[in-house]
Design a protein around this ligand. Structure first.
Ligand SMILES: Nc1ncnc2c1ncn2[C@@H]1O[C@H](COP(=O)(O)OP(=O)(O)OP(=O)(O)O)[C@@H](O)[C@H]1O
Length: 383
């Protein structure tokens, strides 16, 4: 886990060449497409998946993100075949799969609990699916060695799970999930039992693994930071429905609803009046008369609106300047690389500000007056 990015790329190329593939992809691009069409799942009167539709591209890394109880695991279980859907259809590479039992779907799976066999070595754990599939010994050994190398586990091959850390055990579980070279890998909160630093390092490993193996990965998490770091696209769930599907950048910058704006990243939601509209640019005025411009592609009429301003996009100054509005500091905390300030605007709304321009800046104190502003490109009018 200590080699740099260049070293990792070289290692990937080396493993790929040994596997007879000069493209740098060990398992080639083998990911399947998944089409979830109008899927509904009820538990008694309770609807855990409510008419969900989602198209996942071959080889895509897609994350289901949502608060506890929003239906992420239900949707993953329906795709895995652990649960039966009440209505709708799930297609893999264009073929319906809801009559195919879980073990015939050929998906790799990783869960929060590592579920390793305690009495087997790492090699035996990883080779288990190959032996079950009746693969010959020579191919099994080669595949296991290759997979252990990808997961940086070669030196642990003869250990048993109890001789390994939580992070290493989860890497064994991931190795076991990919050893069959599955077209789809399903991961349900695989990192939530690990501490923050380990989680961040395995996030990067899983992301690189995805580039190496080319499988479609469906990843479940309630951690928005994890989703933003890892995914090609994120599907946000709330109360059994998908509320937005977008790339991490699009989701962060242009959330479609208040729920997505608040759930993904920290946000300030400011009430204002749209006073003028020119294409996608609008001029707004807040309750205290501060006039600013903002962008939105949503169909919005002149009138009241909610504007998202991310805390790191707010500029502050000690002196009034053109087009700033006044605010009173209520708290200021030094967090090392940034200052985290809360300030009450004249409108009565509280602003959260993350200020990274701290060199030479005096630490504000509660009660200080500051002047805040933001540009049109820094805020977003919600639909
Ligand atoms: N077997 C079941 N019987 C009854 N209700 C269930 C069952 N499984 C899930 N539910 C309910 O369905 C809803 C969605 O559950 P699900 O596990 O899919 O949510 P989740 O988003 O994965 O949550 P978490 O992040 O807490 O795991 C919850 O309200 C849950 O209580």
């Amino acid at each position: 886990m200590t080699d740099g990015l260049a070293g990792r790329a070289e290692r990937r190329q080396h493993i790929a060449e040994q596997a007879g593939n000069s493209s740098g992809r060990v398992f080639q691009a083998i990911g399947s497409s998944i089409e979830v069409a109008n899927v509904t799942k009820r538990y008694g009167p309770f609807c855990a998946a409510d008419d969900i539709s989602l198209t996942i591209q071959p080889g895509e890394f897609i994350t289901l993100l949502g608060p506890s109880g929003s239906g992420k695991t239900t949707l993953l279980n329906l795709i895995a075949g652990f649960q039966k859907l009440d209505s709708g259809e799930i297609l893999v590479d264009g073929k319906p799969i809801h009559h195919v039992p879980t073990h015939r779907r050929g998906f790799g799976m990783v869960f929060q609990s590592y579920a390793l066999f305690p009495n087997m070595t790492v090699s035996q754990n990883v080779g288990f699916p190959l032996r079950m599939a009746g693969m010959d010994r020579e191919t099994t050994e080669r595949r296991v060695a290759e997979t252990l190398e990808i997961m940086r586990l070669s030196e642990h091959a003869l250990k048993t799970p109890s001789q390994m850390s939580g992070g290493q055990q989860q890497r064994v579980a991931i190795a076991r999930a990919i050893v069959m070279r599955p077209k789809v890998v399903l991961m349900d909160e695989p990192l939530s039992a690990l501490d923050r630093r380990l989680r961040e390092s395995i996030q990067i490993e899983i992301r690189e693994l995805h580039q190496t193996i080319g499988s479609t990965i469906l990843f479940v998490t309630h951690d928005q930071g994890e989703a933003l770091t890892m995914s090609d696209r994120i599907a946000v769930l709330d109360a059994g429905k998908i509320v937005q599907v977008a790339t991490p950048v699009e989701l962060y910058r242009h959330p479609e609803t208040r729920f997505v704006a608040s759930f993904v990243g920290e946000s300030n939601l400011i009430e204002a009046e749209i006073v003028q509209k020119r294409g996608s640019t609008m001029t707004l005025k807040n309750k205290a008369g501060y006039v600013f411009n903002a962008e939105s592609r949503n169909a919005i009429d002149v009138g009241r609106a909610t504007v998202l301003v991310r805390p790191e996009r707010i500029a502050i100054s000690n002196e009034p300047a053109s087009n700033t509005t006044q605010a009173t500091v209520t708290s200021a905390i030094f967090l090392g690389e940034i200052l985290r300030i809360e300030a009450k605007m004249e409108s009565g709304e509280t602003l959260l500000i993350r200020c990274s321009d701290i060199a030479g800046r005096a630490m504000p104190s509660p009660g200080d007056t500051i002047h805040v502003s933001w540009g049109a490109e820094d805020c977003w009018v919600l639909a």
